[in-house]
Design a protein around this ligand. Sequence first.
Ligand SMILES: [Zn+2]
Ligand SMILES: [Zn+2]
Length: 204
Amino acid sequence: MSGPEALRFAANLYRLPAPGGYFLVDAGLPWEAKRLLRQLPGPPKLLFLTHHHLDHSGGARALWERFGIPVLAHPREWPYLTGERPRPPLPVPLLGGWLANLAPPLPKEALRPVAEGDEVLGWRVVALPGHTLGQVGLLREGVLIAGDALRGRGLPPRWINEDHEAARGTLRKILELGVERVYLGHGGPLGREEVEALARRLGV
Ligand SMILES: [Zn+2]
Ligand SMILES: [Zn+2]
């Protein structure tokens, strides 16, 4: 079976093969949605959100409106996705809170819960808490779609992680999952040796 196909937007989005089609991991910024919709070969089976940040979930509402597909996310992310709770501000003076919350809210009826151990079209859901508390990834045959659990060749900076210690623990967990290749929201993908080197460098 073929592997993940990266779509380069503000964040990397992924098309994952599924029986009879594909599904999408993450949805980009709200203002990227038109470009994303043009690039898709047809309706995805579903949208899987790794976490609530604007660059990953901002296009979710547009996808749901166009295709009526379920949007899968960990329940800890739901209040931000539905607008019930504001997303934490981005590090921009005065405008940070406004910028972080430009995504049109998703109605609750669009959302389906996912959690550690669930199966999504042949992939296993893995909890990757730290960057956000409800971040989730997908694992299959040594391939991990990891959202922002890692960024480039490091961890995301401390100021953007909801729980930085948990993010360090998640790096350890990724190694213990026996992954061979890690696909990231920004940069990457990384091979196992690179993740091992990172863990050594950070002392986790
Ligand atoms: Zn993020
Ligand atoms: Zn991101």
